[in-house]
Design a protein around this ligand. Structure first.
Ligand SMILES: Cc1ncc(COP(=O)(O)O)c(C=O)c1O
Length: 445
């Protein structure tokens, strides 16, 4: 009998190569993130990175910011047990109440931090983009507090849907420009703000409202929002003595979700689920679910998941909620998805509208339409578990904002004849906008 051939040993790698670490440049999350902007903005981004590094590690700055969070914004925000909803769905459902903060949403966590940074950097002017108007209001508020003039860009369609927030910003002393023509939304507002910044970088601070854009914004905004998850983890441990099975947040640019998820990132048994806007259907022009239905590409300064046409043009998107109506998402979400640490589901407009009304009627809490997406996703998750015979899961939902800004739009929508639900292969919605060109200039620091 012939002797069995020994399996060939895998060749050892040359030592130098084996020990060589793959370096990921700062400002990248794996292959996502970076700085894909005009040359003009690189010095400003460098200046911002240096200032953020300096002040975010400075005890005095941290103390000042904590003081603003606690004594001005109303932190820590409550954790509320949703007793009626829990009974209805045979689950234990907790709500992290960012809706109770000053100005009505989590956006204030970020704007107080960045406006304080702008003050330390001695900037003379703050500019911002806004979708639902919550970030614009939070920026106008923080800018008023720091005595720095603010200019906010908002898509014209969003200004119509969120007229109250447009007026609130003006009341707070900010100037507001409607941009992007009749159908202008958040993407147009970001483009316009970037254009303004490129022209006025010396004295202007661009206060981005989500964990999007070029480095260092995604890291900075996530860090400022991570107070949500830190508090929520402590609060649920205190209330229940254990961690939740799953945590839900809505995802527009992704800042409230990253803030919430960061508290639980190392608790690998906790499922982290982002609710994107599934809109009318998951066909082009009908949704804004970048992670569920998009592909990697470059948008507004970062490599991330974007909703695009087959030839790589940015697609028009749709959501019932202005704050989720965006064709991209923060690059760190793309990375976490690829790592398998987070999951994302697309929630239809109709389901969000139902959850909006249900939370109001069951718990006496009117959520933002954005946050209603997270509630709807949690309901689906609990229903799926029940089908598998699993009952009473412990669920945590981030209620990113309150619904005052949405009541008029919801009233209008409810008065319309109910459209039949579109099938998944519904035809694409007509397209309106053209695409901004982006230029690759530098990759992180
Ligand atoms: C209440 C509320 N929740 C969520 C969002 C989505 O933003 P992000 O994904 O950055 O949390 C917005 C955006 O305007 C908002 O106003």
């Amino acid at each position: 009998m012939a002797a069995k051939k020994k399996p060939a040993k895998a060749k050892a790698k040359p030592k130098a190569e084996a020990s060589k670490k793959i370096e990921i440049p700062e400002g990248y999350f794996g292959e996502f993130g970076g700085r894909f902007v005009s040359d003009l903005l690189i010095p400003a981004l460098d200046e911002l990175s240096a200032a953020w590094k300096k002040f975010s590690n400075d005890k005095k700055f941290q103390k000042e910011l904590l003081g603003l969070y606690n004594d001005y914004a109303g932190r820590p925000s409550l954790l509320t047990y949703a007793a009626n909803l829990s009974q209805r769905y045979q689950a234990q459902i907790y709500l992290k109440r960012e809706d109770l903060l000053h100005t009505g949403s989590h956006k204030i966590n970020n704007t107080l931090g960045q406006a304080l940074l702008a003050q330390k950097m001695k900037k003379k002017r703050i500019i911002a983009e806004t979708g639902a108007g919550q970030h614009g209001v939070a920026t106008a508020t923080a800018a008023a507090l720091m005595k720095i003039p603010a200019h906010v860009y908002m898509g014209s369609e969003d200004l119509r849907r969120q007229a109250l927030n447009g007026f609130r910003m003006r009341l707070l002393g900010a100037t507001v420009s409607g941009v992007g023509g009749e159908h202008g939304t958040l993407r147009d507002a970001v483009n316009e703000a970037l254009r303004d910044w490129a022209k006025n970088v010396d004295d202007t601070y661009y206060l981005i409202g989500s964990a999007i854009g070029p480095h260092p914004y995604p890291t900075m905004v996530r860090t400022l929002q991570s107070v949500i998850g830190r508090e929520a983890r402590q609060q649920i441990l205190k209330a229940e003595g254990r961690l939740p099975q799953a945590v839900f947040s809505c995802v527009g640019g992704g800042s409230n979700a990253l803030g919430m998820f960061y508290g639980f990132l190392k608790d690998t048994k906790v499922q982290l689920i982002g609710a994107e806007a599934g809109g009318r259907a998951l066909t082009p022009g009908n949704h804004s679910a970048s992670l569920t239905a998009g592909k990697p590409g470059v948008l507004q300064g970062a490599m991330t998941y974007i909703i695009q046409t087959p030839d790589g043009q940015v697609q028009d998107v749709h959501s019932i909620s202005a704050g989720l109506d965006y064709p991209g998402v923060g690059p760190e979400h793309a990375y976490l998805l690829k790592q398998g640490r987070t999951e994302y589901v697309a929630v239809r407009d109709k389901a969000a509208l139902e959850a909006f009304q249900e939370l109001a009627q069951e718990e006496g809490i009117i959520p933002a339409l954005e946050s209603a997406h997270a509630v709807a996703a949690a309901k689906n998750y609990i229903a799926d578990l029940r089908k598998q015979g699993k009952k009473n899961p412990l669920i945590l939902i981030c209620l990113s904002g309150r619904g005052d800004k949405d009541v008029q739009e919801v009233e209008r929508l409810l008065a319309l004849p109910q459209e039949p639900e579109l099938p998944e292969d519904a035809p694409a919605a007509p397209q309106f906008n053209t695409v901004p060109t982006v230029k690759v200039v530098a990759a992180g620091e």
